[in-house]
Design a protein around this ligand. Structure first.
Ligand code: GDP
Ligand code: IMO
Ligand code: MG
Length: 434
């Protein structure tokens, strides 16, 4: 069975887009299985930069099937804009497929996202305001519109009045309003159906057939383990499961069909939005990393909070995410630093722990325990040449840093990323599809 998954091991933005694009070279099918356009996956190909939010990163490689799975929530306007950008770059959308079971984000979801955040006051989550949470709420509440509904006027006419009435009442209670009428809503949904209809299908049939035929299937995660609705820093999380297990529900495959889960691990820690982050550096060093790493949100442009690498989180990700090996990214950002701290444990209430507490109160009291490692020289703009020399050619201290991560987490590192480009990558595994 030739399946491979890529998931984020921290709070998102680990470089999943870059790694997915790199590995998509040899894949037949690439599948997004959760999240929505809260995600922002950056891919640099030569001088072209793509920021994909909904389209699977494999869409940029010719001749691939790129699937938006049932677990994704779709902002149709956003998706159509991305499709336009990809087509304008001279690439084809022929391989695009959209699950008929994927839920659709509507304007009232975005309004509700904003209203919820306002009502939370200084306890706001710092969402991307893309309507992600309210859309997933509707899915669970059985009030959502799915991609298949866009193709059935009768279904829409039956369903729209009750749903819209509920949303209007809710928005009014929350101090907002919604001017949309049933007809306006139905017309909009049908219009999206006209454009997207030819891509809509039962994508789980497609994915399973592809696996059965022995084709190579790559699952592309969004966000990261610490933003998982169950296992992240609740309530400062996103509204979907981001762990490896989410592939089963979000792509429609059995748990025995995903054998390799590559955890994307940034060489330091970042997070956008509110919530606990034990190794955050609220000082000049944090600002230096933010600047050097270009740590500004791909979706919202917000500055990302930066801090030392946290291996308690990496171990949590291995345990819960099913991670079998690492792709360690952005090591070049740490170039030229004399020493580097790596968090191996936390201390809380006089106890040393190496798991991530659920309680926000406990999290506010804990102190990270660090091991100091030596930094390595700055190779400047030569990442491409450094990558060409392979793993053995890397500075000894960098390899020690990687070995330390491997030893502490019990997982090997299969890939090193030292720049944005495809050529700034060291593939230590080679045959991913054996
Ligand atoms: P994703 O959401 O996990 O796909 O990550 P983002 O695209 O949101 O953020 C990662 C950022 O780091 C993007 O701007 C990438 O172009 C960039 N990037 C990825 N890998 C590397 C790397 O190894 N080194 C450097 N310097 N930048 C990288
Ligand atoms: P990628 O796939 C980083 C964060 C938001 C906020 C929280 C909830 O690019 O790694 P939401 O809009 O999802 O309800 O916001 O989750 N968040 C991300 N942070 N990368 C992402 O995606 C994110 N998607 C959501 O900033 O804190
Ligand atoms: Mg991102």
């Amino acid at each position: 069975m030739k399946t491979l998954a890529i998931i984020g091991a921290q709070w998102g933005d680990e470089g999943k887009g870059k790694i997915t694009d790199y590995l998509a070279r040899d894949a037949d099918t690439i599948v997004r299985f959760q999240g929505g356009n809260n995600a922002g996956h950056t891919i640099q190909i030569g001088d072209e930069v793509f920021k994909l939010h909904l389209l699977p990163s494999g869409i940029l490689r010719e001749g691939k099937t790129a699937i938006i799975g049932n677990g994704v929530v779709i902002d149709a306007e956003g998706l159509m804009e991305e499709m336009r950008i990809v087509e304008e770059s001279g690439r084809s959308l022929d391989g695009l497929r959209i699950s008929d079971r994927a839920h659709i984000i509507l304007n009232y979801h975005r309004k509700l996202d904003g209203a919820e955040e306002r009502h939370r006051g200084d306890k706001s989550v710092g969402t991307t305001k893309r309507g992600i949470g309210p859309c997933y709420q509707d899915k669970i509440a059985r009030s959502g519109f799915r991609a298949c509904d866009l193709l059935e006027e009768d279904t829409l006419r039956e369903k729209a009045p009750a749903v819209l009435r509920m949303k209007k009442e809710l928005l009014e209670l929350m101090g907002d309003s919604c001017e949309c009428t049933d007809d306006m809503l139905i017309e909009r949904l049908l219009g999206w159906g006209d454009t997207l209809g030819k891509y809509i299908c039962d994508s789980s049939v497609l994915v399973n057939e592809s696996i059965d035929k022995g084709e190579k299937v790559l699952f592309e995660g969004a966000q990261g383990i610490m933003l998982d609705i169950d296992h992240g820093t609740y309530p400062f999380v996103t509204s979907s499961n981001t762990i490896g297990g989410a592939i089963c529900t979000g792509a429609g495959v059995g748990p025995n069909r995903v054998s390799t889960v590559l955890g994307c691990l940034k060489a330091y820690t970042t997070r956008v939005g509110e919530g606990p982050m034990p190794t955050e550096l609220c000082n000049d060093l944090g600002k230096y990393i933010m600047k050097k790493g270009g740590e500004f949100g791909t979706t919202t442009g917000r500055g990302r909070r930066c801090g030392w690498l946290d291996l308690v989180i990496a171990k949590h990700a291995v345990r819960i995410g099913g991670i079998t090996s690492w792709a360690i990214t952005k090591l070049d950002v740490l170039n030229g630093m004399e020493t580097l701290n790596v968090c191996t444990h936390y201390e809380v209430d006089g106890e040393r722990i190496d798991y991530f507490p659920a309680s926000l109160s406990k999290l506010s009291r804990l102190e990270p325990v660090y091991v100091e490692l030596s930094g390595w020289e700055d190779w400047g703009d030569c990442s491409e040449d450094v990558a060409a020399n392979g793993y053995d050619g890397l500075p000894k201290e960098l390899k020690d840093y990687v070995s330390f991560i491997e030893k502490e987490t019990g997982r090997p590192d299969d890939m090193i990323s030292i720049g944005k480009r495809r050529s700034e990558t060291i593939d230590r595994r080679g045959d991913w599809w054996a």
